[in-house]
Design a protein around this ligand. Structure first.
Ligand code: ATP
Ligand code: MG
Length: 571
């Protein structure tokens, strides 16, 4: 029976994986089953590259009426921690995906993996090798030369089983014996030259404790995990392409035990300009305090992106837009920012913020008078209503909205000019005050009482300039963090044109010294009530989010998520 008839046609654009799955459904290859998995190793925080894999695996399962398993690939005892498990689950959920009751830990399969290894030994498809690591390397051969058989390769089944059981019992120190699949030392694919499948490790595991002192190798464990869970499409990144023959060899050999042969498909991992995505580098950025932590809003981790104000919907749009292919390529960071802008433009209410404040005094407005102006929450969504912004004699405006001598085409405040205070009155600039250094400290103007926005006749004033403002008496004075890209170079650490031959660059040299600027800004009073993670467009400035860590009730702190326009376009 085809699932096509019961499931709506996917809306996402087609790609090679969708074609494979659709063909499999047509030919009923899997007896109606469709199962993918997302299998992180819990040894770090998830990053934007993982978001691609999550959207892909969960998205395919959703679109084809299948399931996607959340699986921790925690077979390596040394590097894994509960903290990472928790943050990974949190990130997947945050992205909007649900594994229902399909949460698995590879370490729960240790008994079955061990049994698989014994089965291979029994079948003569594996052996215990006792070469030193050095000799094993020498016997392996090279890309151009065949390897040589180990002198231990022809051990009897009884001896192999005995040794493996004693390895398990903890009788041998690490490195003395290893279990290898018995395939072909002359294979042109080095991965088939009797790859290691089990090794001795006297280590504590975060879940199985000290029960085991033998642990499976990743390339052995992963196909077994897939088969145990009856995964149909095991999707991984391209660097595993050369492992696929072993994946298939192993599941063929284990057919009598596992009765399932998942299929592996590879796609190109995400490479994104202006960030680094390798775990090693992310750990270095945190450990050496180039950032404030894993969730620093400049980090390409999902916890960082979330604090920055990036949205799950934005990531899902991004994943779809970049698509999947088998060819390695680089994606411009601006594409991700555009996806966030698109999503935020639709959802973010508009607010007013003055980031570089200059006082504007309305000399003909009574000292203790104040009144309400109405500002729409969203220009394209009248259903979101309007809010009140208080108006009074002294306002904050942006410093760049006043000049004494206007350049050509400047329509904002300068002596003698009329501008509209957005959602408020038209004012005429009369002059300014300066300090002894010549810096402008206040601007003066007079308002036209019959020009208030929304009142009859207000439109008769045709002015070209329209500036935003916040009443000084009512403003919420707050910290705002202007985040920018963490790296100033598209490919951090790469050689640049003009570098001398042999120049070595370190990606840390390309950190952007301006990646964050903390300022004190004046915000419209409604922003005091913003709950953590509420996002807004600060008019003319960009999208901002109330920080989910540093905000307190009544005193939110804001992070700039992204500017309104791409200022890096030329970079
Ligand atoms: P490591 O190099 O430590 O193995 P990893 O980035 O591969 O790191 P995993 O925890 O093994 O980390 O990744 C989980 C899944 O995410 C894997 O299936 C992997 O293919 C996928 N993945 C990791 N990085 C990217 C990336 N840049 N683009 C797309 N998918 C990725
Ligand atoms: Mg990996």
């Amino acid at each position: 029976m085809s699932q096509n008839t019961t499931n709506p046609a996917p809306v996402a654009p087609s790609n090679f994986l969708r074609q494979i799955i659709e063909e499999d459904i047509r030919s009923d290859k899997w007896g109606g089953r469709m199962a993918t998995r997302f299998p992180p190793e819990p040894n770090g925080y998830l990053h934007i590259g993982h978001a691609k894999s999550i959207c892909l695996n969960f998205g395919l399962a959703r679109d084809y009426g299948g399931v996607c398993h959340m699986r921790f690939d925690d077979t390596n005892p040394e590097k894994e921690e509960q903290e990472y498990v928790d943050s990974i689950l949190d990130a997947v959920q945050w992205l909007g995906f649900d594994w229902a009751d399909h949460l698995y830990y590879a370490s729960d399969y240790f008994d079955r993996m061990y049994a698989c290894a014994e089965f291979l030994l029994q079948e003569g498809k594996a052996y215990v090798d006792s070469l030193s690591a050095e000799d094993m390397r020498a016997y392996r051969g090279t890309l151009t030369e065949a390897g040589k058989n180990s002198p231990f390769r022809e051990r009897s089944v009884e001896e192999n089983l005995d040794l493996f059981r004693r390895m398990r019992a903890g009788e041998f120190p690490e490195g003395t014996h290893i279990v290898r699949a018995k395939i072909d030392m002359a294979s042109p694919n080095i991965n088939l030259r009797d790859p290691a499948i089990y090794r001795i490790r006297h280590a504590e595991h975060h879940r199985s404790g000290d029960k085991w002192c033998v642990y499976p190798m990743y390339t052995f464990a992963h196909p077994i995990e897939d088969a145990i869970e009856r995964i149909t499409h095991s999707i991984c990144t391209l660097e595993f392409e050369d492992q696929r023959p072993f994946y298939d060899w192993l599941l063929d050999a284990l057919m009598p035990v596992l009765s399932w042969h998942s299929r592996q498909y590879e796609f190109a991992r995400l490479n994104l300009t202006f960030v680094v995505l390798s775990k090693r580098r992310l750990i270095q950025l945190v450990n050496e305090k180039h950032v404030s932590g894993w969730d620093d809003p400049r980090m390409p981790t999902l916890v960082g992106a979330r604090r920055r104000g990036y949205t799950p919907e934005g990531f899902r749009v991004f994943a779809e837009r970049i698509g999947v292919s088998k060819a390695d390529s680089w994606i411009g960071y601006g594409i991700l920012e555009d996806c966030m802008r698109e999503d935020l433009n639709g959802r973010a209410e508009r607010r007013i913020a003055v980031l570089d404040p200059l006082k504007l005094v309305i000399d003909n407005y009574p000292d203790d008078q104040e009144e309400e102006c109405l500002a729409p929450n969203h220009p394209q969504k009248p259903e979101l209503g309007k809010r009140v912004v208080p108006f009074s004699k002294e306002l904050w405006i942006e410093r760049e909205d006043f000049v004494e001598t206007p350049p050509k085409g400047y329509f904002r405040l300068f002596p003698g000019n009329l501008v509209r205070l957005r959602y408020g009155f038209v004012v005429k600039c009369t002059g300014c005050e300066k300090d002894e250094t010549g810096k402008v400290t206040a601007v003066h103007c007079e308002y036209l009482p019959d020009s208030k926005s929304g009142t009859p006749g207000a439109d008769t004033y045709k002015v070209k300039g329209n500036i935003h403002w916040v009443s000084a008496r009512h403003a919420y004075e707050s910290q705002v963090r202007l985040y920018d890209r963490l790296f100033a170079q598209a490919n951090p650490g790469a050689r640049r044109p003009g570098d001398a031959e042999g120049t070595e660059r370190n990606y840390l040299d390309d950190l952007n010294p301006e990646s964050v600027k903390t300022i004190t800004a004046f915000l419209e009073p409604a922003l005091r009530e913003a709950p953590p993670e509420a996002c807004f467009q600060f008019e003319r400035h960009g999208y901002f989010v109330a920080d989910r860590v540093d905000s307190k009730p009544g005193t939110p702190v804001f992070n700039r998520t992204v500017t309104l326009k791409d200022s890096w376009g030329k970079a």
